[in-house]
Design a protein around this ligand. Structure first.
Ligand code: NAI
Length: 487
């Protein structure tokens, strides 16, 4: 049966399929879940709206979800992160052809406008015959926000003309909600009522979910996938340790050794980014607001200072905070000539791009897609200085490169798949007195994800003896650590 989709070029499917084949070899967690659940199909009946970077690794996740019985519609959660050949391969599917695609409806391409981005997010929530979705798989919380804000504004009888967030992105979002409510005034309540739960991939989206829950505004239960140990302590850290350099190299090919690299934030992502830059011989400087993380950075040998000072001598800047206004227009105007400015946190507001564009006399030149030189007006006799901004201030590892490698994403996405099964088949456990909760996966499932990746690396695990297990007060089969253990 023909289905709708919107991608860059379906003829890229063959190249995408070859990349998927190689990725599958590097994703033992997902492949072991296919082997374990391929026959019982615990996701039969699940209609999943997925909003997560449409990369090769995500393609393997999508085909795992369908192998477990789910129906899926997919969009990317960032305008630059789609790999067009992966999107094409998913649409064609393992058994289809370019002329007879039999895969999954994907609405994503590299270089969407903001309007297109929100249209695509709307597409994954708009199922033929209104029969779905009943699950969301989210990264950053945009699909979840659309359902929640849509419902809130539908009940209020109007989309607010102004709010405290008057960014361009939010105006485009409000326009989309207005359009959808004009077409169907009860669209979002109906969708919200059908959804059994959301599984959320990243720190920023999880933060939004807990905020909704605290305000009693959460419409359905959620699993916080990010805080599975095998997600945030691997993808956020070791994933970025790989992909931050990939982004820098593909964008600029600048030698990192000897340079002063300023890393804003020393959480999980900051730790990976700082380690990568230090590994290349950069002199790493960290900025932090949390005394614990600041002390950790100092103990690793990194100088810790403020952006206000570091902006004047850094050669390479990477923001990793999940917070806004980390590098301001003033900071950028004080930077060294040809400083490289980039963000690897989820949203683009870490760097004040709007403020940069408003500096009188500033000029922007595209060096190549997702690499822009911003030249400040010449100051008296001095030559004009410029800075290089990657991915317009959006996630540079996905905008300038292809995100994290398969092996680390196999950990994250095995958690996603298990979380989808949990919420879809055991949803009551994620409510208290009917009220939806936000929970992480139980520790034994976290250990299961790790275990699935050991053989591929030749890891020989020591078997815990029964008497030893009793001595340290755990079960021989795990979990091996108490809930409060921090890894
Ligand atoms: P985290 O909470 O572990 O770390 C963020 C750190 O930034 C914290 O230590 C916090 O104290 C610090 N911070 C907050 N405001 C600051 C400020 N004004 N100046 C300096 N430091 C400040 O979060 P995590 O897991 O490291 O994630 C960070 C961001 O990266 C999130 O937006 C997350 O969604 C995103 N992310 C991106 C990935 C990618 O592939 N690009 C992968 C995983 C996460």
């Amino acid at each position: 049966m023909p289905f709708d989709y919107k991608i860059r070029d379906i003829s890229l499917a063959e190249s995408g399929r070859h990349q998927l084949r190689l990725a599958e070899h590097e994703m033992p967690g997902l492949m072991s879940l296919r082997a374990e659940y391929g026959e019982s199909k615990p996701l039969a009946g699940a209609k999943i709206a997925g909003s997560l970077h449409m990369t090769v690794q995500t393609a393997v996740l999508i085909e795992t979800l369908t192998a477990l019985g789910a129906e899926v519609r997919w969009a990317s959660c960032n305008i630059y992160s789609t790999q067009d050949e992966a999107a094409a391969a998913v649409v064609v599917g393992p058994n289809g052809t370019v002329d007879d695609p039999q895969g999954v409806p994907v609405f994503a391409w590299k270089g969407e406008t903001l309007e297109e981005y929100w249209d695509c997010t709307n597409e994954i929530l708009t199922w033929p015959g209104n029969e779905g979705p009943n699950m969301i798989l989210d990264d950053g919380g945009d699909a979840t926000m659309l359902v929640h804000k849509g419902t809130e504004w539908e009940k209020a009888g109007q989309v607010p003309p102004t709010t405290e967030d008057d960014s361009e992105e939010f105006s485009v979002f409000k326009a989309l909600v207005r359009k959808t409510l004009a077409e169907d005034p009860t669209k979002w309540t109906k969708i919200g009522e059908q959804i059994q739960g959301v599984t959320e991939e990243t720190t920023t989206g999880v933060h939004r979910l807990y905020e909704l829950s605290r305000a009693d505004g959460l419409l359905f239960p959620a699993i916080n996938v990010n805080d599975s140990v095998t997600k945030s302590k691997f993808d956020n850290k070791y994933g970025t340790r790989h992909s931050v350099l990939d982004g820098l190299n593909r964008a600029t090919d600048v030698l990192v050794g000897g340079k002063v690299a300023v890393v804003a934030g020393y959480g999980d992502v900051g730790k990976g980014v700082a380690a990568a830059l230090a590994g290349q011989g950069a002199r790493v400087v960290v900025t932090e607001i949390d005394p614990i993380c600041a002390l950790q950075a100092a103990m690793e040998g990194f100088q810790v200072t403020t952006m206000d000072k570091a902006c004047e001598y850094g050669d390479i800047f990477v923001t990793t905070t999940g917070n806004f206004d980390i590098i301001t227009a003033d900071h950028m105007s004080r930077m060294k000539n040809k400083a490289i400015v980039s963000n690897i946190g989820h949203f683009d507001n870490e760097i004040d791009m709007a403020g940069l564009a408003k500096i009188p006399g500033i000029a922007k030149v595209e060096i190549k897609p997702q690499v822009h030189e911003w030249t400040f007006p010449a100051d008296g006799d001095e030559e004009a200085r410029s800075i290089i901004v990657l991915s317009e201030g959006r996630l540079m590892n996905l905008g300038n490169a292809t995100g994290h490698p398969s092996f680390v994403m196999s950990n994250s996405f095995a958690n996603q798949t298990i979380a989808q099964i949990e919420l879809f088949t055991n949803g009551d456990a994620y409510r208290a007195n009917g009220k939806p909760l936000v929970k992480t996966l139980p520790k034994h499932l976290d250990e299961k994800v790790a275990r699935a990746h050991l053989d591929a690396l030749g890891v020989e695990l020591t078997a815990l003896r029964k008497d030893q297990a009793e001595y340290i007060g755990v079960d021989v089969a795990g979990p091996y650590k108490p809930e409060h253990y921090r890894y």
